[in-house]
Structure formats: structure tokens, C-alpha cells
Ligand binder design. Sequence first.
Ligand code: AKG
Ligand code: FE2
Length: 629
Amino acid sequence: MELNPKDEDGEVLLSRLTLEDDEDAEVLAANQVDRDNRSVGKAERKKIRKVAKMKHVVAEQAGVKISDEPTNQWLVVWGLGIAFGTSKEEIMTYLDPRPVEVRLLVDQSYSFIRCDSQLDASKLKEKYHGSNFSERQMLYVGFVENSEEIPEEDISQILSFQSNIPTGLRIFGEFITKEEEDLIIKNLYVDPTLVSNLKKRTVQHFGYEFRYGTNDVDAGSPLPNNIPDYLKPLVSKMVCCGAFSEEPDQLTVNQYLPGQGIPPHCDTHSCFEGPIVSLSLGSDIVMDFRQANSVCSVNLAARSLLVMGSTSRYGCTHGITPRTCDVIPDKTYGGITVQARKLRISLTFRRLKRGELACHCRFPSLCDTQNGKITDDNASILEDDLVHKVYEDIADHFTETRHKPWPKVKEFVDNLKPGDRLLDVGCANGKYFRINHDILEVGMDMCTGFLMTCRANGNEGVQANGLFLPFKDSYFESVISIAVLHHISTKERRLRFMSEILRVMAPGGIGLIYVWAKDQSLEQTQSTWSERQRERKAYNPPGSCVDQVSDYLFLPVHDRDNEFPHNDMLVPWVNHQEKKHTVHHRYYHVFNEGELEELITETQPASKILDAYYEQGNWVVKFQKPVIS
Ligand SMILES: O=C(O)CCC(=O)C(=O)O
Ligand SMILES: [Fe+2]
């Protein structure tokens, strides 16, 4: 697998994009040189083009001018840089004469090199300019004119390393030998029927299935395959070194390709006793531990054993950001370096709790036995505080960002028959009104701000809660509810919401419901560019990952660069209208595949599902109320 997407010359696309965005005079000049020098060989012309491009990008991004003539001890080397995953150590040992300093820039395909003397700089340029570093990585070298402008390394990238290390976190380096590592990888027979291909990685379970989503196991359903015998010596060694006091009985094998990760999560407290222990094979990788507002990053080297006990186990989430390289501190040369990820396999061992399942840790926000559940008692308060009140606060800003109707909803409304009555449950600013001029439209919402906009546009807007529709039975030929039902916080209430919709629908009437999907990327066609932007953002994740809903209820806060790890989450809304960019947390119940259809068919009278599909992060169901109920 390639480290980074490259073009045919091994050029990182990121830089090419920058170049193509604003055609540079130097590139045009180089093309002119091309045309004028037909006699110059193809390879030479390519070199001229590359140098022009290098000069342009380095000047634009780093403010550093590149010269063809020797200047001082500093060089720029295109082809050795973080974007290619080339570490400082590799650069230092590859170049001869050996440089005295290497400066790396985050995300860039080049680095700045300081040589011992100007003479060494000239020698390096002579030797490596236009040479191959690897099959796909060509090097282009230039002299730096204004060395005082060379940017310092961005050490903010590595501040989370070795800081705020949670107690109970231990790493045993070289826990197994290279031979043992190879043997385990060879033995890990991957049974295709037992493997679930999670979008982000491949997973296989032994003993019990670890259920990602709830981060627990069903203790009543052991798997036919136990922890394999060839891992017995490893298990004994883990007990011997005190990682476990008793043998684990559950194992999850995760396989990560470069670019894959695991969202921040905390293995359910009531399910497992003792620590969670993970052996890394095949590749080094960075794992992040988050607690309240702090992040601690640790490098898990291949063959190391990670033991998560006490605070690191119960008071933190742990996760791996999906990316192809990690920027880490350079222990030998100082500053930053890059660590390219390879295929990594981790073996995570756990021991199921027996007897008393209650957990008495000091971290109720992450503790399933101490954190309250959403119940019928607190659900309406939760919805008032974290849905209705928030929409009142953000109504103006929300309306500003929501104009375009979803094409399939528009089509649905367009196809209604003249004279049909349409109800929009949770109509917000009324963007689905006045699409079809031959129908009677009624909107309802809880939010005064939305209804004011809706009415100002001449539409009918009634203030009501979706759980108690103020309309008579069988009145509407059709009902839509777009992105509303996911704000209802218990299943009973979601069923009530659906039954209200069905009550006010005429027999044979047609409904269309949209809800957010837990899986947000089923049809993802992300560009390389946005993928890299996402990687970069994930270096600075928001600190807090849970928020207190009430004295006894905490919910996880969604990090938009990651998938949804739970069904019930708080999703931040950043209000850019306000001076201080305030953040409001909205409650969401994100739906699993099939959950919406199930809810609709469970509601009486049972409807007929006409269509069910996924559309840009939403599950959608079109249904028909039975003619005779
Ligand atoms: O890959 C790892 O080291 C950790 C995996 C993990 O956290 C899990 O499976 O719950
Ligand atoms: Fe885990």
C-alpha cells in the first residue's frame, strides 16, 4: 500500500494541487523553456519543470527563495519530507556528506538541510539533484538564498506526547522477539466468516465478540473459538509480568492498514475486570488517551505490550486517528519526525467480569454502571435542554445555513396530487413549502425562531411537539419529517412520534422520514485533499469527549472528524454568528441500518415500506399507511 497518493513521478498530490490552483509565472516560464529547448533531452526538461515547481511551492508555502547557485550551508531537498513519510533519521543517514541539521515541515514533500559547509552543500546538490531516493521518489535539490526565513519546526504537533500521562498506563517495549512476532502473524488464520470488515479496519474475535458501538460483549453468547493455543505462551508471559492477575478469556484482533484507525472509546466498565492489554505487531502507531480537556499521545512500537489500568482504563478514552503517518518527537535529533505507518495487527486481551458487575470507579462519566441511562423520566428534560432550547438559540444561524431542499424530498413533494394535504413535522424554516403549488401545506415545529421565518414567508406554521400532534385523525394525505426523529431520545418516544404521524395520516397516505445514520460514510467519495485535511484536523481533537446532561447523566460529544462511536451522542453546533463562536450541544440518536424501517413497521397500524435507502449520511424510509387498519 502506498504511503501517500502520488502521481507518476512520485510527486505528492497535495503539492501538485497547490501548484495547479494558481498557475505560477515560473512554471509558465519553465514550459516556455521546454518549448524553446526542444533539443534538450526529455529527462532534462522534466528536471527543469520540477525545479520551477519546487521554487514556486517553497517560496509560496515557506517564504524561502531557492537559487541555482551556491549560497550558504542550507539546501532544500524536494522528495524527502513528512508528506513522503521520510523520517529525520532516514534523511540523516541517507545523505552523504551527512548533514548537521534537518528541518521538517508538517505535510510538506520537502525538507531543509543544513550542511557542515558550503562545499558540502554543493557536493550534496551535485550528487542528489535529479536522483532516485526510491523507485517512486525522485529528489530535487536547490540552494537556499534567505536561510534566515527557513521556518522553525512546528513543535505544537508533539505537545501531547509524554504530557498528562494517565496513571495505570504501562508500555513494555520489545515484549516479544521479532521471530515470535512473525510466528504470531503467520498463525493468525483469518477465517473470512468470522471477520467483520469495519469500515476503518478488519476485526476478528475469540472467546466473545467485542461489540463496537456498545464497547461490550454478550457474556451469554460465547464464540465457538477460544483464544488459540499458539498464544498460550504469550498469555502466560502476560500473567508472569503482572499485566493480568488471571488469564484473559477474550481476544480481539484488529488489523489496520495505513490510513485506518479506531474512534476514541472506553471499553465498558461493567464487562471486564482488571486491565485491558494490547500487543502491537507489524507497525508502530500513535494512540491517544483523552481525559476531560487533555490529550496524551503515546507511541506504540511494534512488539510492545500496552497495559491500560486504573485511570488510563476507566477515566480515559483511547483511540487511533486514521492517518498514514504519525508526527512524533525525534528522540535523537530533537524537534519532530515522521513515522510512516505499515500494516499493524493488534491483539487486545480482556477478562470478562464474573459475579458482581457494578463498577465503583471515580469516573462516572465513562462508567456504564454509574452513568444514568436515558429514561422516560429524564428524556423530556433532555430534549427540552438539548434540542428545543438549543434550536431556539441557534435558529437564526441555522436558517442561514439551510436553504437548499434535498432533491429527493423535493421530488416527493412535487409528486403529490393536486388538493393533497401535506404535513411537515419539524418544518424548521419551511424550506419544503411552495415547491408544489397545488397542495395544502401545514408545518409544525417547537422552535419559535423557525416558525417566525416560516410564517414571514407566508406559510402555515403551528407550534407543537411531534409527540402530541394537534391535528385530527386521518387528515393528511402525506407527511414528511426531515431530520427530526433523531432528536427523540428513547425508543418508546420514537414509537410514539411515529404513531402520531400515522394517526394523522389518511389511510393509504404516504410518508417520508429522514434520520441521521450512525455510519456517516457509506457512499463516501472523499477526495485525497479532504482526506488529508481531515487527517490534519484530527491532530488537534477537541479536548472534551463527554458532557454532563444532568447530575447523573453524561453523554459523549461527537468529534466530527471521527465516526459516531455510540448511538446517543451530543453533536456540537458552532455558532459563527456570535462574536465568541459559541458551541451548543444538540442531542442526537443516530440510527443503525434497518432501525428506522423496524420502528416504522413496529408502529401500529403497520405500514408498508415503499422505499428505504441511504443518502449522504441519512437513512431514509418512504412508507404507506394501510388502507384498512
Ligand atoms: O489496536 C489497539 O491497540 C487497541 C484496540 C482497541 O482499543 C479495542 O479493540 O478496543
Ligand atoms: Fe479499546
